[in-house]
Design a protein around this ligand. Structure first.
Ligand code: GDP
Length: 318
């Protein structure tokens, strides 16, 4: 089984390619829940939703979040009733949030709800929230403390970032199956997701980082930073505020205590020596996923990096 740590958009795009080359049953996704929010009284898990829709072939190609073939009639009426509408939920998408909220209200955990929902959608892969406990990513900004969605969606991340903290992380426990999946994996892959606000909240759950250090499986990450900038979104500013260089080497630095191989873009070849110097093997590939072919090619490059013997880094040596 290949275990993938992932956030939402970049992660979902990557998982679409991986699902083309790895049988779904052999995929376990460990998903960020730091972006979860209560919206119109509903429990929304944006990253679990994106991964779920990606695996079910329902993810909107146009928006990269939410569903294909969507309408926003409910949202129009919510606006007339005076509700906030900066975070958009589509009509078809609402069914998922209603279902999850109903299950949680009946006493099910987030992982139980996720298992039932993914089964209903015919998804054979295992989708696990990193934790069933509430963790919340808070971004400190020039406008004060914001939840991740307030920062990312409402403010369109155009506000100066001062720090990030993951509230509730120290009390959170890994969801059932998470540590076991990491320990028993054939390979562990970190999707090209935001290292601070997508992968960060997963690593902040006590026990998960340690499991990644201990696993005999090779750990491979895909850099979301290409040519010294994030491919999209605020990863650059967030890494900088945590004192990390905004580069492939900065990604290697964030994960160096457990990472074996960093798959980084061919345009960053000049940085491979810096990555290698951190004890992480650099492996260059085309990492920009524009077409379906790009996604499959990146998935194949990652699988190659996970299995090629000469990429065994110091950590992986027996
Ligand atoms: P979020 O939860 O929606 O923020 O999604 P993720 O954290 O999973 O993905 C966002 C990250 O994906 C950003 O840091 C981007 O730089 C990165 N990203 C998006 N598209 C690509 C791509 O085509 N290639 C690579 N290498 N990274 C990408």
């Amino acid at each position: 089984v290949i275990v993938v740590l992932t956030g939402g958009s970049g992660g979902a795009t990557f998982v679409q390619g991986l699902a083309e080359v790895v049988p779904a049953r052999e995929l376990t996704l460990l998903v960020n829940t730091g972006d979860d929010l209560l919206w119109w009284g509903l429990h929304v898990s944006p990253d679990i939703d994106s991964i779920t829709y990606a695996l079910a072939g329902l993810l909107s190609r146009e928006r990269g979040w939410g569903m294909e073939d969507e309408s926003f009639r409910c949202l129009e009426m919510m606006q007339r009733y005076g509700a906030e509408t900066w975070f958009q939920l589509g009509d078809r998408d609402l069914a998922l949030h209603l279902t999850r909220t109903r299950m949680l209200a009946a006493g099910k955990t987030l992982s139980q709800a996720t298992r039932e929902i993914t089964a209903r959608l015919g998804i054979a892969a295992t989708v696990l929230p990193a934790t069933d406990d509430r963790v919340e990513t808070i971004v400190s900004t020039a406008k004060g403390d914001l939840t991740f969605q307030e920062f990312f969606v409402r403010e369109r991340w155009q506000v100066e970032v001062r720090g990030v903290r993951i509230e509730g992380a120290e009390r959170a426990r890994p969801a059932p199956g998470v540590l076991q999946a990491i320990a028993a994996a054939e390979a562990v892959v970190l999707a090209p997701s935001n290292p601070i606000t997508s992968i960060g909240p997963i690593l902040a759950v006590p026990g998960i980082r340690e499991a990644l250090r201990q696993t005999p499986a090779r750990v491979v990450a895909v850099s979301p930073i290409v040519g010294g900038a994030a491919v999209s979104g605020p990863a650059g500013a967030l890494m900088a505020c945590q004192g990390l260089p905004v580069s492939a080497a900065g990604v290697a630095k964030a994960y160096r205590d457990f990472l074996n191989v960093l798959v980084m873009d061919t345009r960053d070849t000049g940085e491979t020596a810096k990555v290698d110097a951190l004890g992480v093997k650099a492996h260059c590939a085309a990492t920009i996923m524009t077409s379906a072919e790009d996604k499959v090619a990146l998935a194949c490059a990652v699988l190659a990096a996970a299995t090629t013997p000469d990429l065994a880094s110091r950590r992986a040596a027996p």
